[in-house]
Structures are given as structure tokens and as C-alpha cells.
Design a protein around this ligand. Structure first.
Ligand SMILES: Nc1ncnc2c1ncn2[C@@H]1O[C@H](COP(=O)(O)OP(=O)(O)O)[C@@H](O)[C@H]1O
Ligand SMILES: [Mg+2]
Length: 229
């Protein structure tokens, strides 16, 4: 069996609202292995985005622990979390978060520019990835010159360029048409073959059913269900 890359122990997340608190989940124990392609499903408001934010160490749980690549992050300082995230995790946010003052290709290059890699080689890599997600013909466009679906493909390309072993994607195909969604999913399958671990939140049943398994979250419960029957 392949090694466990992401683990949660007794994880709890709740939010306080003016009319009381809501518990998204409690005592959540997950073990996600290298090469797992996991669909996170459940109704809107069930906590999919919140869970992905926790796993990305962008938010703190109320209780419990998150272990990434054998490192228990419970007592990590902010800079330690940042470092662990940078080295291990790529995130595709629901609202793609592209930098508006930069072109598509510059957005994709950004994670490696921050790392200080050679610009020419970054440019080549970015071109290859944009080609792979079929958006190379828009590489010099700014985000506001792209459709929602095109922006999402650029965001996916940006997540892939750093080559991290964990990819967390929040409704990555939410703005995409059927055909492009399937192409993005094929890309996930390719990444899985490279032993990448991918967790993607989705409302798309067809894609969820093609994952290795589903995590179904609803009213404070998370159940694991086999996708393929
Ligand atoms: N920062 C926050 N403060 C308070 N409540 C929040 C916050 N983020 C999310 N929530 C609440 O938590 C619940 C789950 O949200 P979310 O994780 O975005 O669900 P999903 O992604 O499954 O649609 C929602 O009821 C939402 O209002
Ligand atoms: Mg969400």
C-alpha cells in the first residue's frame, strides 16, 4: 500500500454565528494516500471549502490535528506552515484568485518566480502547461479578458507548475463546459499516474464517480464511499 500523505486526527471545525455556532465536522479522521484521487462531495454549505482550507493549512481547526507528509502541523508557526504548503501543496481556489495585473502566462509562472528559478526555463514550463490545459492561445491575455472557464484553466495551470505532490482543488470544473471538465479530469488522471494526490470538491457526479473514492460531507458527517462500483 502506498504511503499516507495527508492525515487528520479528531479534526473539528465550527463557526460562530450571531444565532449560535455551526459544527461543520467533529472527530474527523482521514487517511489519504499518495496517488489517491479523491472527490469531496456534498451540498453547498456542507463544509467542502472549509475542509480544503484546513488541509491547505490556511485556516486552523478548533480541535484535532493535521499531518502532512509525516509532519504534524499542530504546533507549527505560520512560517512553518507556509513552508510546508509551498513545498507540498498546490491549491486551485473556487474563485480562481488570479492576479489581475498580470497576464495568463505570468500568473502561471508566478509560483516558480517566487521560488527564484530561472525565468527562461519557467517560461517554457508555463507554455507547456498552458498547452496541456488548452489555453496557450490566451497566454498574453489579462484575467479580465478571459471567460470564467478560461480563467479557471489558467488557475489550474498555475497550480500544476510547481509540481507539488498534493493538489487541492475547490470545484475546479465549476465554470467549465462538459467537454473541458472531462479534459481537466483526464489531466487529474495523468497526475495520479505520476503519484500525485488530488482532492477535488465537486458537484459533478460523473467526475466524482470516476475518482478513486468519494468523501461525502453532509450535516456534520463525512462518509467515505467507493466511487467505482
Ligand atoms: N469564515 C467563516 N465564518 C463564518 N462562517 C463560515 C466561514 N466560512 C464558511 N462558513 C460557513 O460554513 C459553512 C460551510 O461553508 P463552506 O465550507 O464554504 O461550504 P461548501 O464549500 O461545502 O459550500 C457555511 O454555512 C458557511 O456559511
Ligand atoms: Mg465551497
Amino acid at each position: 500500500m502506498s504511503k499516507i500523505l495527508l492525515e487528520t486526527k479528531n479534526l473539528k471545525k465550527s463557526f460562530n454565528h450571531s444565532n449560535g455556532s455551526i459544527i461543520l465536522f467533529d472527530n474527523l479522521n482521514l487517511k489519504i494516500r499518495e496517488g489517491d484521487l479523491v472527490a469531496l462531495v456534498g451540498p453547498s454549505g456542507s463544509g467542502k471549502s472549509s475542509l480544503l482550507h484546513l488541509l491547505a493549512l490556511l485556516d486552523d481547526p478548533n480541535k484535532g490535528q493535521i499531518i502532512i507528509n509525516n509532519k504534524n502541523t499542530h504546533d507549527f508557526k505560520v512560517f512553518e506552515k507556509d513552508e510546508l504548503r509551498r513545498e507540498n501543496i498546490s491549491i486551485i481556489f473556487q474563485d480562481n484568485n488570479l492576479l489581475t495585473d498580470f497576464t495568463a502566462i505570468e500568473n502561471v509562472m508566478m509560483p516558480l518566480i517566487i521560488k527564484g528559478e530561472n525565468k527562461k526555463s519557467i517560461f517554457k514550463k508555463a507554455e507547456n502547461i498552458l498547452k496541456e490545459v488548452k489555453i496557450l492561445n490566451r497566454s498574453e491575455h489579462f484575467p479580465n479578458q478571459l471567460s470564467g472557464g478560461e480563467q479557471q484553466r489558467v488557475a489550474i495551470a498555475r497550480a500544476l507548475i510547481s509540481g507539488t505532490r498534493i493538489i487541492l482543488a475547490d470545484e475546479p470544473t465549476g465554470n467549465l463546459d462538459h467537454k473541458t471538465s472531462k479534459e481537466i479530469f483526464s489531466l487529474f488522471l495523468k497526475l495520479k499516474k505520476l503519484k500525485k494526490t488530488i482532492i477535488f470538491a465537486t458537484h459533478n457526479r460523473e467526475l466524482a464517480n470516476r475518482a478513486d473514492y468519494k468523501l461525502y460531507i453532509s450535516e456534520g458527517n463525512i462518509k467515505r464511499a467507493n466511487a467505482r462500483k
